[in-house]
Ligand binder design. Sequence first.
Ligand code: HEC
Ligand code: HEC
Length: 417
Amino acid sequence: MLDLNLIGTIGSSRSKSVSLCHRILALLPLALVGCDALLTEPPADADILDGPLPGLSAEELGVFALGDAAFERSFSPAEGLGPIFNNSACGGCHSGDGRGRPDNILVRIGVAPDFARALGGPQIQDRAIPGAKRETVPPGIPASRRLPPPVFGVGLIEAIRAETILDNADPNDDDGDGISGRPNWVTPADWVPYTEPGAGPGLQLGRFSRKGQVSTLLQQVAEAYHQDMGLTTDFLPVENTNPQGGLSTRAVDRVADPEVPRTEVEAVLEYIRMLAPPAPGELTETRAQGQQLFGSIGCAACHVPSLPTGPHRIGALDNTSVQLYSDLLLHDMGEGLEDRRPDGDASGREWRTAPLWGLRVMRDFLAGDAFLLHDGRAETVEEAILLHGGEAAAVREAYAALSAGDQAALLDFVGSR
Ligand code: HEC
Ligand code: HEC
């Protein structure tokens, strides 16, 4: 048996003990105590990734708590997990509601949709319940590795008006700065009610996931249940199966469909909508200098510091300003970051500008590590910058040409977000 009293004393910093605690709890068959209970001092609200937006009503906070538990719920095969799946809980991939680790990477294969389905795509489910067969990437097919992005702040992203995002688009680079920025126009799934923000007939502006290939949060959530965990819902009631073989679905997964009640899906949806991004660190003199360089060398051309939201039924999301450091548009990032998997309108070289938030605390939730860019290949902010190519190549060169002191100030600023 592990000595849980040790946890509070291992490591000098609280953050280290938080992540250690989560790792140890993950090994226990039954987590009877939460990590907060084990720590002498819980992390401050601004330092956590699963805190609510400020100003929620008591009723909204109630739904938030339900959704929080549902997000962490780990499903067993007896509860409907599988037949094929990638992980058993949302929180299993989105660590602490933030970004994932390379072991939670999803693989999407890069061929035409009909062909991809015959091969087990578009997403490869690399795990299966007993009797089913896990999928493998067919040889010779381009595979795109996608690290789970953070889920905090997605309600704020949803609340930004499409017109506001399109104001920054410059698909033909009319202003001649070498940076274009294209919207990803996508067709929402036909089961998404038109009342959902981002839904409706015809093409809609995509804004979620690594290539902005999803326009509504509901679609993102219901597809996560279906594709990532093999759980059917009212929205997607038919199991996802492996065309590469295995026993029939009915032989291995006898749980009646839909496996997850609509109320649970909706609670998770409302929960992530109301998740606050962690507050940035204090703006010291050095960081203010870094912030100024962030603008002057051109980072802010894509990582747009702030965007306003439009009207929203949730007061905390209504007409406010989001310090997102993203334009939510697609940029050609060059050959080095290419994945050869188009998504909606996005080409293999195009990616949605990654929002810069939660970076200050990311290591606390990843056992001291950091994984940046779409596949987590960069382990520091500087490495991420140096891997920028394509439209961002000139800005990368401008960074490389800064004095060591200016580089340090810029990195300090970005790391404090
Ligand atoms: C197997 C790992 C895994 C599981 C389980 C998982 N996700 Fe994800 N999630 C991802 C990855 C990877 C992406 C990015 C996909 C892409 O870009 O193609 C993502 C993207 C998202 C996004 C978009 C965030 C943004 O910035 O646009 C949201 C929201 C989200 N997931 C919510 C959920 C919810 C809710 C659940 C549970 C119902 C869940 N995820 C389960 C891996 C996972
Ligand atoms: C042409 C647009 C563009 C410019 C200019 C640009 N970026 Fe980016 N940045 C992106 C895109 C797109 C991504 C996502 C790439 C991916 O997912 O592989 C990204 C990712 C990042 C990341 C990783 C974030 C994460 O969560 O994974 C950091 C850090 C970053 N940029 C910092 C900077 C800094 C600092 C500058 C200025 C030196 C800069 N960027 C200039 C478009 C740009």
